[in-house]
Design a protein around this ligand. Structure first.
Ligand SMILES: Cc1ncc(COP(=O)(O)O)c(C=O)c1O
Length: 371
């Protein structure tokens, strides 16, 4: 079976993880700072906090941004559920707006139309690694005095048209390092802060609310255990050394899929880079032609040795969100249509040309049965 995702791991990962294991410093050791510095320098930014997951990073980032219970925050319904859930942790309410059918991100214009007097913040997501319009969101945030947090969990390696790196424009931004991501630490994530003070707060809150210079016995604020352990940081350090190679591998596979699937009638492909924005390839998600039964397609692909997955469901239609907020079908038609037809194909740097051919043949057989 060709799997949907597989982390790219080499000898260097093994070496650094084993060295760290043998050092006996498994948490709050030297690897943490080393990984944070290396990640910061990769992004050409200054203030990075490594955390235990992307979700933990989002939670700490919105707290640092100033979210409060009862706030409305404008975000996208087409994302992994964590980008909306983190708002609920703080008693805020996610207010969704519909997505752009090309980029699958929310636009600054759509977000502006959803802003009301109750809105305090914006939480755009760079979905599937395609850059959201940050200049637009930064303008909206400034005009309406809103805070801004970027969910860049899927977007390592992406760049904006103005040359800036996604997640490194001076906003609070969050990356995720789950094993399907461009870079993995097992579980893990990172928050990029705009200032030393913001990083200090995040570093403290990830470590049970203890200030850096505090003794073991004191805590001066509410905190969490959102620390990233040293074995994970060692893995991340080795992955960073190979990041360009891994990103190039993903771009190669995306290029192969794009060429091989371009002529399939009715099939939607990930949008090409436009206007200087550059995607950091994370997943390869196609939109099945209208009328193709997706559940049957998943089963038929599996019979042909190919793992695929519907990706992603619309957040507002998840049962928990329906029950809690009364959401119904028809509220965000573009998102709902995309969510109903989207299918993630196997995608990782080491996917071979022959495997890509096998996936493409299986997909064609499923959606062009008469051919
Ligand atoms: C857009 C988005 N936001 C948040 C997350 C949460 O990251 P994690 O799974 O590391 O908690 C993910 C990752 O799966 C994601 O894709």
């Amino acid at each position: 079976m060709i799997p949907l995702a597989r982390p790219s791991l080499g000898a260097r990962e093994e070496q650094l993880v084993v060295e760290t294991l043998r050092s006996g410093r498994l948490a709050l050791g030297p690897r943490l700072g080393e990984f944070e510095s290396a990640f910061a320098s990769r992004l050409s930014t200054d203030h990075v906090s490594a955390v235990s997951s992307g979700t933990a990073g989002l939670h700490l980032a919105i707290r640092a941004a100033g979210v409060e219970a009862g706030d409305d925050v404008v975000t996208t319904p087409f994302s992994f559920v964590a980008s909306a859930n983190c708002l609920l942790y703080e008693g805020a309410r996610p207010v969704f707006c519909d997505i752009d059918p090309r980029t699958l991100n929310i636009s600054a214009e759509a977000a502006a139309a959803a802003v009301t007097d109750r809105t305090t913040g914006l939480l755009p997501v760079h979905i599937f690694g395609y850059p959201a319009d940050m200049p637009g969101f930064e303008g909206l945030a400034a005009d309406r005095a809103l805070w801004l947090v970027e969910d860049a969990c899927e977007a390592l390696g992406a760049t904006h048209a103005d040359g800036s790196t996604v997640g490194a424009r001076g906003n609070l931004s969050v990356f995720g390092f789950y094993p399907n991501k461009q870079l993995t630490t097992g579980e893990g994530g990172a928050v990029v802060s705009p200032s030393a003070q913001a990083k200090e707060r995040i570093d403290s809150e990830r470590n049970q609310g203890r200030a850096p210079d505090m003794g073991w016995l004191d805590h001066d604020r509410l905190g969490f255990n959102y620390r990233l352990d040293d074995l994970s940081c060692a893995l991340g350090l080795a992955q960073l050394e190979r990041l360009d190679e891994m990103l190039a591998g993903r771009a190669r596979v995306a290029g192969l899929y794009g060429e091989a699937l371009a002529d399939v009638e009715g099939l939607g492909l990930p949008c090409p880079d436009d206007g200087g924005d550059r995607r950091g390839w994370f997943v390869y998600v196609v939109q099945l032609p209208p009328g193709v039964d997706r559940d049957e397609a998943v089963l038929a692909m599996r019979e042909r040795g190919v793992d695929t997955k519907p990706y992603l469901p619309a957040i507002h239609l998840l049962s928990f969100y329906r029950e809690r907020f009364g959401h119904r079908e028809g509220e965000f038609p573009v998102c709902e249509d995309v969510a109903a037809r989207s299918l993630a194909l196997p995608f990782f740097p080491e996917l071979t040309n022959a495997q890509v051919e096998q996936v493409v043949e299986a997909l064609r057989a499923v959606i062009e049965p008469a051919a």
